[in-house]
Design a binder for this molecule. Sequence first.
Ligand code: ADP
Length: 501
Amino acid sequence: MITTSLPDLPENIFKLVFEKSPGSLLVRADLPHFTIVAVSDSYLKITSSSREDILGKGFFEAFPDDEKFDESTNARNVFTRVVNNGQSIEIPTYRFDVYDETKKRSEIKYWSCCNIPILDADNKVAYILNTVIDITEEVKAKEAAIESEGRLRLAAEAAEFATWDLNLADQTFIYSPRLSEIFGHSADKVVTLDDIRRQVDDDDMRNIVVKAYEQAMKSGNYLYEVRIKWPDGSLHWIKTQGLVIRDENNQPVRMLGTILDTTETKRDEIRKNDFIAMASHELKTPLTSLKAYIQLLAKKLASSDDSFVTGTLSKAGIQINKMTDLIYGFLDLSKLEPGTLHLDKKDFEINSLINDCLAEINLSHPGHKIDFEPHGNMPVYADREKIGQVITNFLSNAIKYSDKGSGITVSCDQTADDLTVSVTDNGIGIKPKDQEKLFQRFYRVESERMKNISGFGIGLYLANEIIQLHKGKIGVKSDESKGSTFYFSLPLQNEIHKAIK
Ligand code: ADP
């Protein structure tokens, strides 16, 4: 029982303390009047009344509106119960609108009130302390939160995505029932974070999740798409998107986000990629023959006086080269699936690979002077074909983005830990703001000069994927007016490393 006795204070001090206390009213327990004996300034403000008007009056005379409240909240009922039972009664939330004189209209207001009995020497209720606080803002904020949560839930249900919330400290994982369904279980099945992690299909896919997590810790955004295995053995695709929440010390404390089943879209994409791969592969053979015929004709007619014929043949050759680049681009496009690149590592000598790439590029793009001076024998353990693809991409870009005749230099240097291959051109160069984005999928610099140069913006993206898989580094240094140097480095593995692999 919460009861209070009137403090043994001089009356003037008690009056001062009471009048300055937040939202308080003291009534005598003289049923049925409940005469008002003290009131605080803030209570007067809340009820838009004055001390002279209400002091000494019965509560219901001062506040006739009381009868508008329902039984559980009206003062007549509540005060009577406090007197009869001698116990406090709390009304955590009730609505009582107040007329705003300045706005000339009623304002919705929420209150919280407490009625505390004050006992006399015989333990009888002598007074009731009625305290009221304005909780309108809290109630409105709560209503808004409930409403937005409802809206979010509706949106999530309509879009069929699941929502999740992960506490990073204790790994508590909260999620909507749709998440279990997305992982191939019934909606009411309880799944743990470990369960769903185990369903990520293979090492490549798990690698994508690990990388996305590391990236999220840096950037705050969590995003990945991976293949998962349902309990029935079927394969599905999911896309996760989330945010990292940090505490006041900037430490990550929570992650929350959504998961969507993207199996259908993914299957369409895979079908489309397979088609592109097949079509471009089929196109390569007739095109190679066509190129050979044109080269034969060009050789035969090299001494011809007919400049129209030689000129047209040379133009046809250029167009065929463009078409070959595009078709190779299409083939690359079909290999774009993240996580689908696999390495086939072998021992090989890097300078001989660079020479092979140069020989190939000189055949398809004659007329560019490319310097390369190998320094000794540099064995490396990597995927020869894929590293060749990166070098060829650097070389064909250097040719594409510079004038014919302007020099291109290739170099390869080795330290105790790694070796670096770089390709330098004297071409159009790249602005610093574009340099950061070149390795993103489909990124192409936008400029007047670029309008006449065809490409898909995927060569460097793939080069980056390949070098990352080798745990190497890739980058560019460029001066817009002078040209660019693209480079990559590969870590050199010693014999012990290789033995472990
Ligand atoms: P693509 O050349 O097919 O557009 P890449 O991914 O190989 O695709 O290159 C991306 C972009 O980077 C190019 O569109 C171009 O804007 C820029 N770029 C690449 N190499 C060079 C270079 N050597 N000089 C100037 N810009 C370059």
